[in-house]
Design a protein around this ligand. Structure first.
Ligand SMILES: Cc1cc2nc3c(=O)[nH]c(=O)nc-3n(C[C@H](O)[C@H](O)[C@H](O)COP(=O)(O)O)c2cc1C
Length: 336
């Protein structure tokens, strides 16, 4: 009997398959389907700083017009009677999900500025979240800001959040740091219990007809997994934090490779949006079949067994292979 259990952020999980933030974890019904199909935990969609700020501005306007008595003002929009805020809705979702499922529930905060929104982490904890994910979706566009400035921002946000909560916190990161191992080490020192590698940045596209810029959300494809697998393999022996792999995990193959590289859990999003929650049980069967064939007894035994420190050729994860990869391509062409 293969033992699929793993541990993530101190949470004991039945297996490493975790549906990540997406519309599937926004609805209680689909969360239940995910649990039934074998999810070991769920990450709820993020509470967005942007949405919270927008709402706060609306509220301020409302209070302002109330005070002036300008009910007829053109831009005045009455608040609906049954109004509940983004935060209220989010907290209610945590409570509902916790009431109906047995697996751990991880809430998520998305934003960058050091304003009051980060305090919402405390309310998420009180609503029952087992852990928090801090998703800093940040594109550095200001040339006056150095990489140190940006890293400091991440660390300050993390410290702020940690000062409000006692549940574990993981940081969802982009791959774009000058020295990712250094950044990961700083996050560990600052108290993070896990890193989620990597955020996907959605690329705006130019519409050639209208010349407008459209935000394009495209689902991932499996080729994106290799970047994650490489970095997890490189980082595994440098950090004691939990590592989650996210991005391009579509088949049992990518999930197995991420675990072999050293991930504690594997997040699934695009593939579940395409194939539905039930696909988790197919993935589970395929993972077990491969482990049986290769005589692995447990996920714990398998985790990190092909990380850089354990790989047959550790340099294969590093630059030294760049030249070899290019040369091999040339020699393949010559032999064709
Ligand atoms: C429609 C959609 C909504 C998402 N919403 C969130 C979100 O609210 N917060 C977040 O951190 N990531 C969000 N993500 C990112 C996913 O959780 C995941 O990290 C990313 O898509 C990479 O995994 P994949 O290749 O399995 O899709 C979203 C992705 C999609 C496609």
């Amino acid at each position: 009997m293969i033992d699929l259990r793993t541990e993530y952020l101190g949470l004991k999980l039945d297996n490493p398959m975790v549906p990540s933030s997406s519309p599937l974890t926004r609805e209680l019904d689909t969360v239940k389907q995910l649990e039934d199909a074998g999810a070991s935990a769920v990450i709820l969609p993020s509470l967005f700083e942007e949405a919270v700020e927008k709402e706060q501005k609306q509220l301020e306007r409302y209070v302002h017009f109330q005070a002036l008595g300008h009910y007829e003002a053109e831009s005045y929009q009455p608040m609906p009677e049954d109004y509940s805020s983004e935060l209220d809705n989010y907290l209610e979702h945590i409570t509902e999900v916790k009431k109906h499922i047995d697996i751990p529930v991880i809430a998520s905060l998305n934003g960058i500025s050091r304003t009051g929104w980060i305090e919402y982490g405390k309310e998420m904890q009180e609503a029952g979240a087992d852990a928090l994910e801090l998703n800093v979706y940040y594109i550095a566009t200001d040339p006056r800001k150095s990489s140190e400035d940006i890293e400091a921002l991440y660390l300050e946000l993390l410290s702020d959040l940690l000062s409000h909560v006692s549940i574990p916190v993981a940081m969802k990161l982009s791959s774009q740091f000058s020295s990712l191992p250094n950044m990961v080490q700083k996050l560990q020192q600052a108290g993070a219990q896990g890193v989620v590698l990597f955020n996907r940045f959605y690329q705006p596209d130019i519409n050639l007809e209208t010349l407008e810029i459209n935000p394009e959300l495209q689902l991932s494809d499996p080729s994106e997994a290799l970047l994650r697998i490489r970095w997890i393999a490189l980082l595994r022996n440098w950090t004691q934090m939990s590592i989650a792999a996210t991005g391009g995990l579509h088949h049992a193959d990518e999930i197995l490779k991420a675990l072999l590289a050293g991930a504690d859990v594997t997040y699934l999003c695009s593939v579940l949006l395409q194939k539905g929650p039930a696909y988790l049980s197919t993935l589970k069967e395929q993972i077990i079949a491969w482990m049986e064939e290769k005589e692995y007894e447990s996920v714990v035994q398998m985790k990190g067994s092909v990380s850089q420190a354990c790989a047959i050729d550790p340099s294969a994860y590093e630059h030294s292979n760049y030249y070899l990869a290019l040369s091999n391509y040339r020699s393949k062409m010559n032999n064709a």
